[in-house]
Design a binder for this molecule. Sequence first.
Ligand SMILES: [Zn+2]
Length: 284
Amino acid sequence: MFFIDPHIHMVSRTTADYEMLALSGVVAVSEPAFWAGFDRSPAGFVDYFRQLTEFEPRRAAQFGIQHYSWICLNPKEAQDLGKAREVLAEIPKFLSCPSVLGIGEIGLNKNTPNEAKVFQQHVQIAIDAASQGPSGAKHALILIHTPHLEDKLKGTRMILEMLRDFGSAIDPARVLIDHVEEHTIELVKDAGYWAGMTIYPISKATPARAVDMIEMYGPQRLCVNAAADWGISDPLNTHRTMLEAQRRGHRLPELLQVFHNNPAEFFGQNSKFAVKPIKVQPLS
Ligand SMILES: [Zn+2]
């Protein structure tokens, strides 16, 4: 079984974790920019973006893993509009790095007006990125974080509304909305967006709940990740979800679709992403 981990914060993980991921079938990882556990200065963000685009791809390559990243100011630090202005000014030049797939993980944390403003500014950067490409180019891919627990439903609704306000400038097929749960997955999928489910030990979904959602809403436009970071988290929760699906009788083509081909299809909309979907031929 091959995996693409569509959401993992490798800057917080050890090199031994890269080896473990390679040994467990992970061929590529996608790392959104996020909160480090403490607030950084604008200069600290530039250093972080360099770590994501220069150091992590080399560390992953030692184990045959392709490392891709996403650039943004995380929603938690977006409360500071002065800092946001400085950090957002740095983003366009990193978007052209060979391993950067788009803008992310933007979104909301506590659903404040400042967070919403910075979310919209990020979306505008994604749209403006298209105007610098060949004419007719689509906006940069966007990866979105939805808030935790009691803020999730309201935050997801706010995010969908703000995206809708951009009208035809936003193509839902080029946006992945992450950390969906039972009460938000339908809103996201019905509006045509990709949805990400996060299997995280403290908050968010469990393997059994994630497989329930795959069964209820279908595997199309659905990705599974462990969002492993510096908190209590486990990169193998993606694999545990695959095992739960296998235990319930889901077969290889469907498992490959959810854990490898769906992320390959979504990320592959950016030609920098080099891992192609795997087609399984039935044995004759
Ligand atoms: Zn994350």
